[in-house]
Design a protein around this ligand. Structure first.
Ligand code: UD1
Ligand code: CA
Length: 468
């Protein structure tokens, strides 16, 4: 079997992005473009992958880790010069080499595999992957001779008006005979509009030397989309989003409105879960089966077990165990652990807190730095006061306890099992099991005081109006 190698070009700055972030690191559906490229190349079982890094080399290496080898291109003198940086690692080897760019995130492993196959079958020195574009502006054009063979590739900026009319574009993906590639690269010059060493120039060099160059035209231009600016980034994101959503739907997930559902590449979802419109699922979120993720919820890096219902809520780095529910309008901040069958209602914020099974936190409550047992009822408007301005303190609430509405629980605090906190209390001391903690001022009624306030005047007017 012929050895297979791959080179990914990722050293450019990406000036047209106008960004502080290096181009190939811009995310498409939560994953860096160059990571998408590498993930697909990895599926093709190549013997060695070399990624060319330059601008932001460290960051690119941090993102891709040891899944690829790296060659450094210190100065970005063009795509041909970039490939040449892999010569030390690959130059002497027999085999065929796929070259692709870190800014074409939509290519699929199957397309690369087909290109390898086509190249090997034809025995050409190089095969360029081409596509027909409705709007070829910005891409290199594939110029064919009278008998339809690829003669050369010209860049947009170097094209004659005649050449610019050609709608067959260079996708930036090629398979080469490995040794011939590096030999030809030494003949590439930078005598062109951009003063760069162009990789596609090797095609013309091969032709001039009488070596046969092949072209493999793919029928889906969309897949070859190169991202040079934010407009293309948005277009590529749309395509990727559609692909991701279709994958989940094929796996048994109901997505009510796929055009308005935003799921990152790394998210997993179980069958029979329903995703309503406007939902964003980010990062490494895992969602089980039979869940309902209600409209406009945002979930990042969470684990959601089977049968959970999330209604218009915002969840980060948290866990929701089986059959629990939350919302509308609640917020799980990092390290919330919501037990089985727990009910979190509306306008509740939970941070770094564990809530035991069957417990209910229905309304307008803050739970921070706390451990709650099972079967507790937390009344409306309860505040776990965890911060003294300097340090965070912890509160424990035991099983079967009852926290009356409007309680302030001042941590550190221990409320034991079967304890009762009276509504409106400010609790600063521990409450033992089976006791009631009550901490509030006594009520006094002042007779006739109502009539001293302006409200009484307003009431009189309203009463009169009611009668008229
Ligand atoms: C390139 C092709 C063009 C093709 C298009 C497809 C060249 C000269 N042109 O144009 O024919 O239609 O891709 O998308 O190859 N890079 C380096 N080092 C460099 C320069 C670039 O590593 O010195 C990397 C970039 O990071 C990028 C890739 O190579 O990932 C392509 O470079 P880019 O400048 O985007 O080329 P295009 O103008 O898009
Ligand atoms: Ca490009």
């Amino acid at each position: 079997m012929t050895a297979k190698f791959a080179i990914i070009l990722a050293a450019g700055q990406g000036t047209r992005m106008k960004s502080k972030l290096y181009k190939v690191l811009h995310p498409v559906c939560g994953k860096a473009m160059v990571d998408h490229v590498l993930s697909q190349v990895e599926k093709d079982n190549v013997d060695q992958i070399v990624t060319i890094v330059g601008h932001g080399a460290e960051k690119v290496q941090e993102t891709l880790g040891d899944r690829t080898k790296y060659a450094l291109q210190e100065e970005q003198l063009g795509t041909g010069h970039a490939v040449l940086q892999a010569e030390k690692m690959l130059g002497s080897k027999d085999g065929m080499t796929l070259v692709t760019c870190g800014d074409t995130p939509l290519f699929m492993a199957e397309t690369f595999a087909k290109l390898f196959e086509y190249h090997e079958k034809n025995g050409d020195v190089a095969t360029v992957l081409t596509a027909k574009a409705d709007d070829p502006f910005g891409y290199g054009r594939v110029i064919r001779n009278a008998v339809g063979e690829v003669e050369k590739i010209v860049e947009q900026k170097d094209a004659t008006p005649e050449e610019a009319k050609v709608d067959e574009i260079n996708t930036g993906v090629y398979v080469f005979d490995n040794q011939a590639l590096f030999k030809a690269l030494h003949q590439v010059n930078n005598d062109n509009a951009q003063g760069e060493y162009y990789l596609p120039d090797v095609i013309g060099i091969f032709q001039n030397a009488g070596k046969k160059v092949g072209a493999f035209e793919m029928d889906d231009f969309e897949e070859s989309m190169g991202v040079n600016d934010r407009i293309a980034l948005a277009k590529a994101t749309k395509v990727m989003q559609r692909r991701i959503n279709e994958k989940h739907m094929r796996n048994g997930v109901t997505i009510i409105d796929p055009d308005n559902t935003y799921i990152d590449a790394g998210v997993q979802i179980g069958a029979d879960t329903v995703i309503e419109p406007g939902v964003q699922l980010k990062g490494k979120t895992i969602i089980g089966e039979d869940c309902v993720i209600g409209a406009h919820s945002q979930i990042r890096d969470c684990k959601i077990e089977d049968g959970v219902t999330v209604t218009a809520s915002y969840l980060e780095e948290s866990v929701m165990h089986k059959n629990s529910n939350i919302g509308p309008y609640s917020h799980l901040r990092p390290l919330a652990d919501i037990g089985e069958n727990v009910h979190i209602g509306n306008f509740v914020e939970v941070k770094k807190a564990e809530i035991g099974k069957n417990t209910k936190v229905g309304h307008l409550t803050y739970v921070g730095d706390a451990t709650l047992g099972k079967n507790i009822n937390v009344g409306c408007g309860t505040i776990f006061i965890n911060y003294d301005g300097m340090n965070k303190h912890h509160t424990n609430v035991g099983d079967y306890s009852f926290i009356g509405s409007g309680a302030n629980l001042v941590a550190p605090l221990e409320i034991e099992d079967h304890a009762y906190v009276a509504a409106g209390s400010t609790i600063t001391n521990d409450v033992p099991a089976h006791a009631m903690g009550i901490g509030r001022g006594r009520q006094v009624n002042k007779e006739g005081y109502y009539d001293r306030y302006p409200v009484a005047e307003a009431a009189k007017k309203a009463e009169k109006a009611d009668k008229d």
